[in-house]
Design a protein around this ligand. Sequence first.
Ligand code: ARG
Ligand code: ZN
Length: 875
Amino acid sequence: QTIYLKDYSVPEYLIHEVDLNFDLGEEHTVVVARLTLQRNPQSQSPNQELTLMGEDLNLLGVELDGTALHAQQYVQTDTSLTIHQAPQDGIFVLKIENSINPKANTAFEGLYQSSTMLCTQCEAEGFRKITYFLDRPDVMSRFKTTLVADKDKYPVLLSNGNKVEQGELAGNRHWVSWEDPFAKPCYLFALVAGQLECIEDRFVTMSGREISLQIYVEAHDVDKCDHAMQSLKNAMRWDEEVYGREYDLDLYMIVAVGHFNMGAMENKGLNIFNTKFVLARPDTATDSDYEHIEGVIGHEYFHNWSGNRVTCRDWFQLSLKEGFTVFRDQQFSGDRASKAVKRIEDVNMLRARQFAEDAGPLAHPIRPEAYIEINNFYTLTVYEKGAEVVRMLHTLLGGEGFRKGCDLYFQRHDGQAVTCDDFVSAMEDANGRDLTQFRRWYSQAGTPQLNVEQHYDAESGQLELTLRQHCPDTPGQTDKPPLHIPVKIGLLNSRGQVELIKLDGRPPVEETVLELTEAEQSFALSGLAEQPTVSWLRGFSAPVIVKMQRSLEELAFLLSYDSDTFNRWEASQQLAGQVIADLIADIQQGRELTLNPVIVEAYTKLLEQQWDDLSYFSLLLALPDESYLASQMDVIDVDAIHQAREFVKKSLAERLQAHFLRLYRENHREESGQFDAGAIGRRRIKNTCLHYLSTLETGDSQSLSLRQFEGAANMTDQMASLSAIVNSRHPAKQACLEQFYRQWQDEDLVIDKWFALQASSHWPGTFAKVQQLLQHSAFDMKNPNRVRSLVGAFSQANPVHFHARDGSGYHFLADQVIALDKLNPQVASRMVTALTQWRRYDDERQQLMKAVLQRIIDTEAISTDVFETASKSLA
Ligand code: ARG
Ligand code: ZN
């Protein structure tokens, strides 16, 4: 059953207050909800019935204004409870009693069990699995929650807001009451009960209020919370400084749970996190883990304003809070560490994965128009492209104008549930600008292509830039009108220096934003004594594909001189990309392979320079990944891509061995992994060198990896060396894997890494290994992190083996999806997306992938989640 944006209407009833009472038990929890309701004066509907949503609930009784309703006064279905004669005037109280079974809830939506604790996940539509309710984000209520439970099993009882009362009961039981003063949609409700330890800190806000900060984890993880706490304090300060936003409750709690479908959840005052984004100690977490933790802690914290204080009217508006909040967390991470590195990582991910989504059968606008299962729309498009759209507003309005727009948005809509349009309107009104055309970014799917041309006239000293835009057709959308695209450019003269831009008689500038609004448009730059090189789309100022031919020499020039850190890296990627593309053609035509010397020269130049930002330096030395290379091909040839890329890696290692070894030695320390930019940079460049050197498979390179593995005092170095060992011929491979397992068997998150590393190895025999790992005692289909680390890593990060010609990888995935779907449809549906791009492969593989998609669809009792993803993929 499809839901459409165009069918939106306001709720027929409002729920002002919610008083919840939970009698908690792992297999039997009783919920009593007292709802204070009122007919919505805004609703035009003549309907006199009140229909509440509810799923998997066992109804025990209903009372209206203190009188029990008898069976003729209401009707229940699998998904709803309808009260026939609901009061039409004034306030009324509905009391509903029902029971649920948290332990049987393996879908992890609603109230469920994770190890020994009970916790909730309500976004998007999980609250209806707790009690009957108007489970839609435009119904906002004040919540009061009382939790009652056994004192030994559940000593800690948490919910949103402030703790207001607690007490003891007979039979070793106790209770705690919580009250959240802010009205909120039910998707932001949360409760947690369990044997949890807490680490505490405090934060003084800009107006001088003292906030208590608490992170709750299982006892054996208390020594892994410091970084998360520091990240939280950093995020709170940053949002005050950059957006002027202050925290609003007296208490901020984060709980880490081992079973979680996604990354984390911004429940008001009580964030619930996947342990992966909280727990870190230098010996258990890599530098990237540390960075992701800071990013996600920031993300959920920033939601307190962009999501909670101002929320979404309906789920089609999801990007209103997610796109904006991702943009905010990207800015935060960029400010914390290296702006250049953060931007490159974000764009790299966007291009490798979101562009593929936008070009495939599941393409949808950042504000979708229809869905069957909303959980399927927590996508790269809604999140990452959504963030790019907000970033373009920032680019078009400038930092100050953007801030003015945000201030107006928060002031105008505080306490409301609003739309993406309201967000753009605030930007318009605060800046006196018309963004009518810009709004098309919200409704139009697909990645626009930009053709750029330049024509230089030596006599007049004029450079004419001509830009053409075109957006390819996507499911349900053809012949799209032009978008409003900010194209940031700079100029370089032949010596590699900045050339000033003179446009339309304005004062000369080093950099400018061309606003492309037509299908084709020209811009004339004047006063140029010689033909400059144009640095296009600086900082990746719009989520588009730039189509232009550049010679390898021109790319090498930009790699040496472009002052824009993003475009400099982009030149390195394109240079390597072209070299690899030529080798792919050689492989396909059976020619002998030789390495183009241009890339050796370019790398030599890089290696001979002094670098301050070693993380950035190591990105310049990283070859484009296989998924990006795949996106550049008409028909993806996984084997040729892999072979060509490995060939370049190994050839570079051979030619530049001395450089790599020197850099390795200069930066190698057996240090415990403290989290600071200098140390991270050292580890990054060193491990990049190790990665190249390990392709040599000489006795020296093998002992280098082994020595690092054995001496490693931090997880970054340990993982990097184990990865080098697993992905090459190495006599100690099996022994190292076993040693690693023995060392870390009690740390779930590290064991996830152990699974993922083996599942994504390109080494022969990986598929058999993956099948064995599925039988390993530590594999658990009921744990989403474990499933992602084995099934997810194999199908999404191992192109050569997943796309094996005989279809074995596809069948394996289908088997796992079908098994998982019975437990957890949301995660199963994610796994299906590894098959979505089937049209991009050769005929044989297409047939094989289509066949397994069909097998999934034909499976009896398949969930709507998986059905939607699989059937739309096939359509
Ligand atoms: N709002 C959360 C975040 O991005 C994600 C929750 C997604 N949950 C889901 N069931 N789809 O911070
Ligand atoms: Zn979010």
